[in-house]
Design a protein around this ligand. Structure first.
Ligand SMILES: *[C@@H]1O[C@H](CO)[C@@H](O)[C@H](O)[C@H]1NC(C)=O
Ligand SMILES: *[C@@H]1O[C@H](CO)[C@@H](O)[C@H](O)[C@H]1NC(C)=O
Ligand SMILES: *[C@@H]1O[C@H](CO)[C@@H](O)[C@H](O)[C@H]1NC(C)=O
Ligand SMILES: *[C@@H]1O[C@H](CO)[C@@H](O)[C@H](O)[C@H]1NC(C)=O
Ligand SMILES: *[C@@H]1O[C@H](CO)[C@@H](O)[C@H](O)[C@H]1NC(C)=O
Ligand SMILES: *[C@@H]1O[C@H](CO)[C@@H](O)[C@H](O)[C@H]1NC(C)=O
Ligand SMILES: *[C@@H]1O[C@H](CO)[C@@H](O)[C@H](O)[C@H]1NC(C)=O
Length: 485
């Protein structure tokens, strides 16, 4: 059985090559090149450079270094003076087009990065599989001696590796899709090449449509490759040691590029001051922060900062408040119907942790329990503007015996406790409305976890562990239907 599996490793390397290929080829699709390009007002192409001749003053320019040190593509667009630009509608269109391609390049970077990270994990598996193969060979060679012992070791290893087989199968499916995607991009390259040949009759509209279409596909591809099932949690990294035993901290998954402001809430009870650190770096190295005073104190550690607002459970109530940091005011407040509060249905560690708000790739969620569901976890998707429940799911997991819970890609993961050895052991998929028991251990370094939440932007788990702010990376495996692309 080991040989077919080893072949999957080859498929995986092909995937890495393809993502790499995409990030290098896409810029050139629309004429980006390592050479400086200019294009603008003229009607006919300069065949010697493949682009239109132009005065740099009234044209836009694109610089595209082939790769940065990590092999990613980097583009820089220098726009012409505004007055010139607005005079030429075509220039404007082309500039927008280029901006789109630039955005696309960024998306591909993310795709590439995420795929690479998963590949590392799979490579580790491959090493294990290779080890198994060696063992098999040894058994063949010394089949007379120690045969029973060897077989026992192999059997144990097989048991360990068995769950990985479907995971590897999924990767194989992904690889096929990426191949198909590559073919489409190649088709587009051909079309764009032809269009460039006929610069005079350049159909911006069509070019624009094609690029938009490609962009859309890329985003869909990225989203799907980014999402998946939790299969591993890394060792923790301690970012900071501060605050009391209980608290929560986070970054905003929808913050603009480069905004890594850290939000920090110490304590679970009757506090209303939120600290804002300028960046993750600032948070790690300084105690320089801005303080925001909320109009009401919070309960528990279930707050979430999402798209510039903090959502929290108002002290001693089942009211959820959305407080906008930009305007420093409450933009919405709504009761979460039937939700238990005031330690009716806290997590195992207590601390008024009845209502836990969180965000994943799909949006904003509330985890709580109701009398109607006998104190078991209820999961509701919330409209981030109105705080209305979009849809609810009832699980069979008692809220009070859950350590913590977090959402990834529409699946709720529940841990077995807050102290001692911890693991993620229950998963409820909102996609299929089914649950399963899983076993993903993670290190509880400081022995008391009072907050654990996933951030889809970093693909990391943020935890508050006994006065330490720690991060874990997660490994996700993807399930993609071939019809979906
Ligand atoms: C970049 O453009 C120059 C001139 O148009 C061309 O000779 C060269 O082959 C191009 N390079 C790539 C990588 O497309
Ligand atoms: C490129 O991305 C930026 C930031 O996400 C966005 O503001 C802009 O509208 C995008 N441009 C295009 C042409 O999609
Ligand atoms: C690419 O173009 C060829 C020929 O036009 C077509 O047969 C093929 O289906 C296209 N591939 C994709 C993925 O669109
Ligand atoms: C602290 O932050 C403020 C505002 O962001 C800044 O003006 C000040 O220079 C910072 N002080 C230090 C020591 O970093
Ligand atoms: C984030 O907020 C902006 C306005 O501030 C809004 O346009 C956008 O739709 C919001 N995004 C999400 C996902 O809620
Ligand atoms: C959602 O469920 C459908 C079938 O119920 C399945 O085909 C699909 O792969 C699932 N998607 C995810 C992301 O789990
Ligand atoms: C997560 O992975 C990234 C990229 O590999 C790495 O830079 C970062 O240190 C990791 N974080 C943790 C908590 O392991």
């Amino acid at each position: 059985m080991s040989l077919p599996l080893l072949k999957i490793g080859v498929v995986l390397s092909t995937m890495a090559m393809i993502t790499n290929w995409m990030s290098q080829t896409l810029p050139s699709l629309v004429g980006l090149n390592t050479t400086k390009l200019t294009a603008a007002q003229g009607g006919y192409p300069d065949r010697s450079t493949g682009v239109l001749p132009a005065n740099p003053e009234d044209s836009w320019q694109v610089y595209s270094s082939a790769q940065d040190s990590e092999g990613r593509c980097v583009c820089t667009v220098v726009a012409p003076q505004q007055s010139m630009c607005s005079r030429d509608a075509r220039t404007k269109q082309l500039r927008q087009l280029l901006e789109k391609v630039q955005n696309m390049t960024q998306s591909i970077q993310v795709l590439d990065q995420r795929t690479q990270r998963d590949l590392q994990y799979v490579e580790k598996m491959e090493v294990q599989l290779r080890g198994l193969e060696t063992k098999f060979r040894q058994v063949e060679e010394n089949h007379k001696q120690n045969i029973a012992k060897q077989f026992k070791a192999i059997k144990a290893k097989m048991e360990e590796l068995r769950p990985l087989i479907p995971v590897l199968e999924e990767y194989k499916a992904d690889a096929k899709l990426v191949l198909q995607f590559k073919e489409e991009v190649q088709n587009l390259t051909t079309v764009l090449g032809e269009l460039q040949e006929e610069m005079g009759a350049y159909d911006y509209e069509e070019l624009h449509n094609r690029v938009s279409n490609l962009e859309e596909r890329l985003r869909a591809c990225m989203q799907k490759l980014a999402c998946g099932k939790l299969t591993g949690i890394s060792d923790p990294i301690t970012i900071k040691t501060s605050g009391s035993r209980f608290g929560s901290w986070m970054t905003d998954p929808l913050a603009p590029e480069g905004d890594t402001r850290v939000w920090y809430m110490d304590g679970y009870h009757n506090n209303r001051f939120v600290r804002e650190y300028k960046s993750m770096q600032d948070f790690m190295t300084s105690d320089n922060f801005t303080s925001h005073r909320l109009p009401h104190p919070w309960s528990g550690t279930g707050q979430v900062v999402y798209n510039g607002s903090i959502y929290f459970n108002k002290f001693q109530s089942h009211v959820i408040i959305k407080f906008d940091f930009r305007t420093s005011s409450i933009s919405k407040s709504r009761q979460l119907d039937y939700a238990g509060f005031n330690n009716a249905y806290h997590y195992a560690w207590g601390g008024h942790s009845d209502i836990d708000l969180m965000a994943d790739e799909g949006g904003l969620w509330a985890v709580y329990a109701t009398n109607q569901n006998a104190g078991n976890i209820v999961l509701s998707k919330l409209n981030p503007s109105t705080l209305q429940i979009i849809k609810s799911w009832t699980t069979n997991h008692p809220k009070r015996s859950a350590g913590e819970s977090f959402m990834i890609c529409g699946t709720l993961y529940v841990t077995n406790g807050y102290s001692g050895g911890t693991k993620v052991y229950y998963a409820y998929s909102t996609n299929s409305s089914t649950y399963e028991y899983i076993d993903i251990a993670f290190q509880n370094k400081y022995s008391h976890i009072s907050m654990l939440d996933y951030n889809p932007r970093d693909r990391a788990l943020y935890a508050w562990n006994n006065g330490h702010q720690v991060l874990y990376n997660v490994t996700l495996f993807h399930v993609i239907n071939s019809e979906e692309l």
